[in-house]
Design a protein around this ligand. Structure first.
Ligand code: PGA
Length: 251
């Protein structure tokens, strides 16, 4: 029996019009307002965070809203960016370094360090993504070193505010028609045990990559796995509600 809160992050990626986001957030609220022991963090496209926050945040203490990315620069001259200072009263979390952004925009370690620093400066919890391209248990060492590097300048007192999302890139679902191939819970927990050495015990480490209502319990049953980051299944209300309810039974 887990005593701590299980964290489930919904990454809607670049999906949902305003109307879709409204309907999905309302559905999530109605389906999940009475669950216990699980924190649900909804990360809609950045442009809809206010809408989604208005629906879930103030009414329901176990639901939060997060950005899918955040600027590493101070507010002011970053055309097209969202600075932490501007959204500090709206979001509690920000996903940083998702593999899709690394692939599309080639964000460097320095850029990610700046983003982590910017988020923490305004009390936004960074969800730091990390994962290997190809399945190989040899990647554990490289991933741990990368995590240490990302956190290099984060003082110990601030590290408690961070979350880590271990997302093996090969396990992330590729959209409609692409079969899910989640990592095995054994493989994931083995890597996550290595990552754990780079962060304080209080830092939640989440697994992400083809999490479904069917496999979520197997992941969360592993002591190394404190929660999950869900992409595709978080866009389907029925699947997402079932996934969270299945998780809540373990809490
Ligand atoms: P998936 O996405 O659950 O659709 O595999 C996870 C992610 O990319 O964050």
């Amino acid at each position: 029996m887990a005593e701590k809160e299980i964290i489930i992050v919904a990454n809607w990626k670049d999906n949902t019009t305003l109307a879709d986001a409204h309907v999905l957030a309302m559905g999530v609220r109605n389906e999940l307002e009475h669950i216990d022991g699980v924190r649900v963090v909804l990360c809609p496209p950045n442009v809809w965070v206010t809408e989604v926050r208005n629906i879930v945040h103030d009414q329901i203490h176990h639901m939060s809203v997060g950005l899918q990315d955040i600027s590493g620069e101070p507010a002011g001259l970053g055309t097209g960016e969202v600075a932490a200072e501007l959204v500090k009263d709206i979001v509690d979390y920000a996903i940083i370094g998702h593999s899709e952004r690394l692939n599309l925009y080639h964000e460097s370690v320095e850029t990610l360090q700046d983003k982590i620093h910017a988020a923490l400066s305004f009390n936004i919890k960074p969800i730091i993504c990390i994962g290997e391209e190809k399945q190989s248990s040899a990647s554990k060492g490289a991933l741990t070193r990368r995590l240490e590097q990302l956190l290099k300048d984060v003082p110990i007192t601030k590290r408690n505010q961070c979350l880590v999302a271990y997302e093996p890139i090969w396990a992330i679902s590729g959209g409609p028609g692409q079969p899910a191939r989640a990592a095995s819970p054994e493989y994931a927990s083995d890597v996550m045990a290595a990552l754990r050495k780079a962060v304080p015990a209080t830092v939640p480490i989440l697994y992400g990559g083809s999490v479904t209502p069917q496999n979520v319990v197997q992941f969360l049953a592993k002591p190394e796995i404190d929660g999950v980051l869900v992409g595709g299944a978080s866009l389907r209300l029925r699947d997402f509600a079932e996934l969270v309810k299945n998780a809540a039974r373990l809490a």
